[in-house]
Design a protein around this ligand. Structure first.
Ligand code: FE2
Length: 295
């Protein structure tokens, strides 16, 4: 088997690639890890089909790319179904039963349907996310969409680029959930998820390309009145999620999709909430807060 990485979306030859010739149940070589990193630098999102992995194998693969993040952004911290190293992207409780319509964990998780970048609410946000589809509903829906924030930056007009280039945003899960009207946070959660600062424009450390760094977690811009900040952020998200920048992943069971949160936003789409959908996410932390990285 030889690892091969090629474009998977003919309309976007440098966004969304497919990796084949690798079995993620087994340890990979240093060369293979380097090739995958290079593929991520080019495509920003990679899909690996037919990877029948368990959590241990997913964690072992993820560790090739840097330190793991813990799932401290999940609302369920006790009585968890999965280990702290694995984010639970499912509609299931600990007994593998589908969550009730009004379940707090379910309502909180609906925030995943807003365009976001994983863990942008943490001081050091996520670098890569790796999402493994263990069980997929039989009915249509439930795609994950990815938007290329590099292409969105390239397509911005000069005045807007100059306006946003040095701006800093406040990110918090309190903001993103608030958009959907989810506001019943405990005092402890409000402290834990107090806003953090992130650059609005980032530069990729390897390619040097600039990109917008947007997320539903971004609730305001430092030094700006809140309504003006939110109006601008909405405008930018609208620009950045135009169809020409977006690829929709139509899940097959045992797909693993890996994306670079530094340069893409993503969102989950609606599905039949009565059916089981069970995806497991592992996450590689970035190296530093965005304000400590080169602009
Ligand atoms: Fe996410």
């Amino acid at each position: 088997m030889t690892l091969s990485i090629r474009p998977a979306d003919p309309a976007r030859p440098d966004f969304f690639g497919e990796a084949s010739g690798i079995d993620l149940r087994r340890p990979i070589s240093r060369d293979e890890a380097a090739e995958i990193e290079a593929g991520m630098d080019r495509f920003a999102v990679l899909v690996f089909h037919d990877q029948r992995i368990d959590d241990e194998q997913q964690l072992a693969f993820t560790r090739n790319f840097g330190p793991l993040e813990l799932a401290t952004g999940d609302i369920q911290q006790t009585q968890r179904r999965l280990a702290m190293e694995v984010n639970d992207i499912s509609n299931l409780d600990r007994d593998h039963k589908v969550l009730g319509r009004d379940d707090r964990a379910r309502l909180f998780s609906l925030g995943n349907m807003l365009w976001h970048s994983d863990s942008s609410f943490k001081p050091t946000p996520a670098k890569y996310s790796l999402l493994s589809a263990r069980v997929i509903p039989s009915s249509p829906g439930g795609n994950t969409e990815f938007a290329d924030m590099r292409a969105a930056w390239d397509a911005l007009d000069g005045d807007t680029r100059a306006l946003v280039r040095d701006l800093v945003c406040e990110h918090s899960q309190i903001y993103s959930r608030g958009i959907l009207g989810f506001t019943d946070f405990t005092a402890e959660e409000r402290v834990k998820w107090a806003p953090v600062l992130q650059r609005l424009v980032r530069r990729h450390p390897v390619t040097g390309r600039q990109n917008l760094y947007l997320s539903a977690h971004a609730g305001t811009i430092v030094g700006w009145p809140v309504p003006e900040a939110r109006a601008l952020l909405r405008d930018l998200v609208e620009h950045a999620t135009q169809r020409q920048f977006v690829h929709a992943q139509e899940w097959r069971q045992f797909d693993l999709v890996m994306w670079d949160n530094r340069v893409v936003m993503h969102r989950g789409r609606r599905y039949d909430a009565g059916e089981v959908r069970d995806l497991h996410r592992t996450t590689v932390a970035d190296s530093a807060p965005t304000l400590e990285q080169a602009a």
